[in-house]
Design a protein around this ligand. Sequence first.
Ligand SMILES: O=C[C@H](O)[C@H](O)[C@H](O)COP(=O)(O)O
Length: 233
Amino acid sequence: MSADELKRQAAARALELVRPGMRLGLGTGSTAKHFVDLLGRRVAEGLDVLCVATSEATQAQAVSLNIPMSTLDETPALDLTVDGADEIDPQLRLIKGGGAALLREKIVAAASARMVVIADDGKLVPTLGRFPLPIEVVPFGLEATRRAVATAIAASGAAGDIALRRRPDGGPLVTDGGHFILDARLGAIERPELLAQALNMVPGVVEHGLFIGLASGAILAGAGGLRLLGRIE
Ligand SMILES: O=C[C@H](O)[C@H](O)[C@H](O)COP(=O)(O)O
């Protein structure tokens, strides 16, 4: 089975969590896209839900499927967010932001009573950090912020290169919020909580891709079937 088919399986299992009347957060990325697609089919059959998107891309997909959409200003408390992840550890700590949507994803997840992660089981790792950690920063003072980020990373006991994420044409990638992304190639993040705290203290850092204490459960699809972590129902 292809990785894409596994992602769709995980998304289909997450759809079973959706009940009529729920307020849902819709994640971003290739896995979340399957969930939105399957949700759109249920909505077309009459399912009543109200959703908030974590990116302009997801918003556009949901609108194209006639999924009723809201904002966190109108609907500040959500029942469930379903989103993908770049890495998941056994304690349900995540790295997110490979698709540059981490800021809105974290705000939406924090506004949700539950966040369930959907992924293929290749995303499950014993230690976070093989995937470069995305760090969203304001464009002003970029080099000073990059140095401060390097200091914060070193203070947490990690180390590695920090690169500005670029578009295919070479220009800096700009997020939905108008910010840049620094990708920190750390290899292993032994103390994610410490690193998260250190990054939170850096002026110019808007948000980082360490999601700690946000996911309540994960649905991981693999060749041997579905594996559930944490609380799903
Ligand atoms: O910014 C993007 C998000 O955090 C995605 O949820 C994450 O990158 C996983 O994406 P995918 O499902 O495409 O692997």
